[in-house]
Design a protein around this ligand. Structure first.
Ligand code: ADP
Ligand code: MG
Length: 260
């Protein structure tokens, strides 16, 4: 379970999180929504200990993350797969080597036979053919790069998966592929996930619960149905704006396809 309890974080005069609480139960997928720059990535970084709160606490797997020593944080991180917003693949390394980096257990990481099998298995889990292992990131499409990023995040068989904007920059078809993958990994691996997104449509599809971060606070938190039915003007404004943007984008793509 992940518990963010009353967390506050500021950078100089910029108050990014102001008493934020969020709970992710075991096996659950929670979508964290919010406009660009609101603090979604900052919140994710508190969960795996990349950032420390000014106040409040973060409990992951029963441990208070801000209180952990460096070695203990490393141990905890081996249970947390992190899908970085921009993929963060190493261009000079093959897909195989990139995914192998995600194998955190030292004994496993030094076992070539284990790593070969594990990389193959992770490619299968993200619907990529085994021969993709030999390619380099520059040879891959945007959607494939995202999938390799996910393959690396699951290579260490994590209990938790944190996705930072896994569908950003993808066209709707490829975004749907990633959303389906997030659902499948939850069902097949039983992972507990937080999916950060500003894509309302996709998050509503993959999430058991949705939380909206708005002006440094959690403004809504509930099932997709509950959040959609919210009477809060700020929540409605965010949802509508995003759904509209989705429609405008879809229209633009349809027009481009027609060659207009
Ligand atoms: N390391 C940092 N130092 C100073 N300010 C930061 C740092 N990381 C993030 N911020 C600020 O925190 C705010 C939230 O950023 P971020 O979490 O990246 O937003 P998003 O919701 O788009 O992921 C932004 O105003 C950003 O400039
Ligand atoms: Mg971000």
């Amino acid at each position: 379970m992940i518990q963010v309890i009353n967390v506050s974080k500021r950078f100089l005069h910029n108050i990014v999180l102001d008493g934020v609480s969020l709970e992710v139960r075991d096996g659950e997928t929670v979508a964290l929504l919010g406009p660009s720059g609101v603090g979604k990535s900052v919140l994710l970084k508190h969960i795996n200990g990349l950032m420390k709160p000014d106040a409040g606490d973060v409990i992951v797997d029963g441990l208070s993350v801000p209180r952990l020593k460096r070695k203990e944080i490393q141990q905890l991180r081996s249970k947390i797969g992190y899908v970085f917003q921009y993929g963060a693949l190493f261009d000079s390394m093959s897909v195989y080597e990139n995914i192998r980096l995600g194998i955190t257990d030292e004994t496993c990481a030094n076992d070539d036979g284990y790593c070969n099998d594990r990389v193959k298995e992770c490619l299968r889990l993200v619907n990529l053919a085994p021969d993709v292992a030999e390619k380099y990131p520059a040879e891959l499409s945007g959607g494939m790069k995202k999938r390799v990023g996910i393959a690396r995040a699951i290579a260490g068989a994590p209990k938790y998966l944190l996705y930072d904007e896994p569908t950003s920059g993808l066209d709707p078809v490829n975004a749907d592929v990633i959303d389906a993958l997030i659902e499948r990994l939850r069902d097949e691996l039983g992972v507990t996930s937080v999916v950060v997104s500003h894509d309302v449509r996709g998050s509503f599809r993959v999430a058991d619960r949705v939380a909206l971060l708005w002006q440094a606070k959690i403004r809504a938190d509930g099932t997709p149905e509950q959040v959609l039915a919210s009477q809060d003007a700020a929540v409605q404004q965010f949802l509508e704006r995003d759904l509209e943007m989705g429609l405008i984008q879809a229209e633009g793509e349809a027009r481009a396809k027609r060659g207009a």
